[in-house]
Design a protein around this ligand. Structure first.
Ligand code: 5GP
Length: 170
């Protein structure tokens, strides 16, 4: 399937000069959504995975069906202050802005094999903070999987020691 055909590019969102890749047009198409998740599951099929970890909000949309397809658990990473239990935190800068991410302290057991999932890899800031959280909890990152990679932002360069899986590239 041509996934790019299903993604809408919106000019100048959220700020001038940014060409935002809108995945809502893919998500509302049941066949395309299912094919994308199935293809991501196929890409990581050779990996031993105990748990999928995904940052809010679109990391949930991609990460939870992928975890379900793999038959493993899902751990949400949220913006600081949103999770009810005890957390660890990591700071990061985005393509547009700065923030802090958090995960429950007991969400990952030491040594658990973790696949990190998000909809899109841009500068790599979000995924680096997520990696930081997993490593604070002594999880073993076995890979990171994305629907989309924006190769011109070179997020991949920040993730040299991580196995990367991306479905489509711009
Ligand atoms: P990074 O931290 O790699 O610079 O940015 C990636 C994060 O920002 C992801 O969580 C992703 O959801 C969001 N993001 C940045 N640019 C886009 C975009 O063009 N489309 C979508 N869907 N998400 C984006």
């Amino acid at each position: 399937m041509d996934f790019k055909e299903k993604i809408r590019v919106i000019e100048d969102f959220p700020q001038p000069g940014v060409r935002f890749k809108d995945i809502t047009t893919l998500l509302k198409d049941g066949k395309a959504f299912q094919a994308a998740i199935d293809e991501m599951a196929r890409q990581v099929a050779g990996k031993e995975i105990d748990v999928v970890v995904g940052p809010e909000a679109r990391g949930f949309v991609v990460g939870t069906p992928l975890a379900y397809a793999l038959g493993v658990g899902f751990v949400p990473v949220r913006k600081s202050g949103k999770l009810p239990g005890e957390t660890v935190e990591a700071g990061y800068s985005l393509e547009y802005g700065k923030d802090k991410l958090a995960v429950h302290k007991d969400a990952i057991d030491p040594g658990q094999k973790v696949l990190i999932v998000d909809d899109l890899l841009a500068t790599g800031g979000t995924i680096n903070a997520t990696l930081d959280l997993v490593r604070q909890l002594k999880g073993e990152v076995v890979g990171a999987a994305f629907f989309i990679e924006l190769t011109y932002l070179h997020g991949r360069d920040k993730l040299k020691d991580v196995d990367l899986f991306t479905l489509i590239q711009y």
